[in-house]
Design a protein around this ligand. Structure first.
Ligand code: TYM
Length: 332
């Protein structure tokens, strides 16, 4: 079976529909076709300032939501990044073959650091993509299921894998991005040309998986739509309606064409009302199961500890080879 690895940051209480449709839902499917490793990337979550108690809670919330969305510890390896120390260890080695200019060109760093003020941005935010490369390369992943916003980080990961292999001998699998076009960029309800984003969107622009369905309905009702009245799928001229149709199609399992046919002659209000019901049906079971997992944090921690143990067996083997190739003495 080909191997996949992907990760998600515990930087909010809830994941949003962009995370779910762009990534998590595909992770669930890939459990059955791939040898799958998924991690809650808490090391990545401390690059822009955080509260320790909140981080700990969000890490458990993140794991609970992933399990609730359908990750099954019997069919995949789910773990927390900081519980596998090899991630930080490999990141150091990779940082020594990454060019300063190369890292400076990462658009996500440029966006986030300019939002914080370039002088105040942490060095961790700068080296963030190198840690992400380590996450992926440690597991010799063949594919990495992510949304469109991660494409550049995956390019860097591929470059680093190839560079290391060239310098020190073949060590890493060069991974392919796995990006499903239709749902690769779910957009902000208030600004339908920008991606729905934990860090950049306003609350009204995001539908959270853990939002009360009445609240989601309200956000959908006030979603920015486009001039005109016709419900057609045209991301160029009608990005707002296109986004609503994309979400609807993905959650209801109906094709865009089918939806456009069904809403011919109807208004935006009808579409929004029905979409609210579709969202409510999709999130309700996830919310119930999330609550159930959180009721027993000790059990949750035990699941994660088992995941970390399985992950570590793979990660440690790769790190050992890497250290040898680089010329370190090896275990003392
Ligand atoms: P993060 O935590 O921002 O997002 C998690 C996943 O959700 C996808 N995503 C979206 N997809 C479609 N539309 C959107 N609006 C949207 N917003 C987010 C992201 O593309 C991602 O797949 N750097 C990563 C975390 C990471 C990682 C890794 C990913 C760390 N190590 C190793 C893959 C492999 C990030 O910040 O994702």
């Amino acid at each position: 079976r080909p191997r996949v690895l992907s990760g998600i940051q515990p930087t909010a209480d809830s994941f949003h529909l962009g995370n779910y449709l762009g990534a998590i839902r595909n992770w669930v499917t890939m459990q059955d076709t791939h040898d799958a490793f998924y991690c809650v990337v808490d090391l990545h979550a401390i690059t822009a300032g955080h509260d320790p108690a909140v981080l700990r809670q969000r890490t458990r919330l993140a794991a609970a939501q992933l399990l609730a969305a359908g990750l099954d510890p019997e069919r995949c390896t789910l773990f927390v990044q900081s519980q596998v120390p090899e991630h930080s260890q490999l990141a150091w080695v990779l940082s020594c073959i990454t060019g300063f200019g190369e890292a400076s060109r990462m658009t996500q760093f440029k966006d986030k650091s300019s939002r914080q003020g370039a002088e105040r941005a942490s060095v961790g935010l700068f080296t963030y993509p190198i840690l992400q490369a380590a996450d992926i390369l440690l597991y010799q992943a063949d594919a990495v299921p992510v949304g469109e916003d991660q494409r550049q980080h995956l390019e860097l990961t591929r470059d680093l894998a190839q560079r290391f292999n060239g310098l020190f001998g073949t060590t890493f699998t060069v991974p392919e991005p796995y990006i499903i076009r239709d749902t690769a960029k779910i957009t902000d309800l208030q600004d339908p040309t920008a991606k729905m984003s934990k860090s950049a969107s306003s609350p009204a622009g995001i539908i959270d998986l853990l939002d009360d369905p009445a609240r989601s309905a309200k956000k959908i009702r006030s979603a920015v739509t486009d001039t005109g009245r016709e419900i057609i799928f045209d991301p160029e001229t009608k990005p707002g309606i296109a986004n609503l149709l994309t979400i609807y199609s993905a959650l209801a399992g109906r094709s865009i064409d089918d939806l456009v046919g069904a809403y011919a002659g109807k208004g935006y209000g009808d579409l929004k009302k029905d979409l609210s019901a579709v969202v409510a049906d999709a999130v309700r079971p996830i919310q119930e199961r999330t609550r159930a997992y959180l009721e027993d944090p000790a059990q949750l921690d035990k699941l994660l500890a088992l995941g970390a143990e399985k992950a570590r067996a793979v990660a440690a083997a790769t790190l050992r080879t890497t250290y040898e190739r680089v010329g370190f003495l090896g275990p003392a």
